[in-house]
Design a protein around this ligand. Structure first.
Ligand code: 5GP
Length: 212
């Protein structure tokens, strides 16, 4: 299959959303997952925040000005977007839709408000909430990154508390106690989701229809 060839609706890829509070290690887990699960496609978000040291435009994020970001929203090019600690973050829509239509699984690593918006548009998606081993550990991780001001740390912790309360809207919750284990759990969830009866029923209907 060429990369531009679309598959039947029954064979569409699975949209996986990995979310959870800032500092829980979503980025680290996603990075480790890239090495362990190269068959997954990773969505690159757009943001108005400035690049951190070592971050590359188009790889870590598409770095945009507020005006450029607003234009993307106005042109309906964002699947979802959210304001988070003073910056805008969003998922470019076309890349996600094309990837699913090609039959490939795609993973979005996004914060909670955005994840809930994606849930409304893609109720069939798989929503995974990443939890810290404890709230103390979460605060240590946010402080330990060393890139945030005191005000930003306070703000990120209070957002985190609110976000954890929204866990009930997710399908799965996993504790990020060890990155490798968290990756294995995500891979196990994706494998199980591919075997869900509802997804298989659609596939089998399609196969049956092809029998002459
Ligand atoms: P950071 O500035 O630490 O890279 O990211 C801050 C937060 O924004 C993280 O929780 C991250 O998961 C989230 N984020 C990154 N990309 C997106 C996106 O496209 N949409 C939404 N809603 N959140 C995002």
């Amino acid at each position: 299959m060429t990369s531009n060839q679309y598959v039947s609706p029954a064979e569409r890829g699975i949209l996986i959303v990995l979310s959870g509070p800032s500092g829980v290690g979503k980025g680290t887990v996603c990075k480790a997952l890239r090495g362990k699960a190269p068959e997954l496609v990773y969505s690159v978000s757009a943001t108005t925040r400035s690049p951190r040291e070592g971050e590359v435009d188009g790889v870590n994020y598409f770095f945009k000005t507020r005006e450029q970001f607003q234009r993307l929203i106005d042109e309906d090019q964002m699947l979802e977007w959210a304001e988070y600690v003073g910056n805008l973050y969003g998922t470019p829509r076309k890349f996600v839709e094309d990837t699913l239509a090609e039959g490939k699984d795609i993973i979005l690593e996004i914060e909670v408000q955005g994840a809930l918006k994606v849930r409304q548009k893609f109720p069939e998606g798989v929503f995974i909430f990443l939890l810290p081993p404890s709230m103390n550990e979460l605060q240590n991780r946010i402080e330990g990154r060393g890139t945030e001001s005191e005000e930003s740390i306070r703000s990120r912790m209070s957002v985190a508390m609110e976000e954890i309360r929204l866990m009930e809207h997710y399908d799965y919750a996993i504790v990020n106690d060890q990155v490798d284990l968290a990756c294995s759990r995500i891979q196990a969830i994706i494998a199980a989701e591919h075997c869900r009866k509802d997804r298989m029923v659609n596939k089998i209907k399609h196969w049956m229809a092809e029998v002459k």
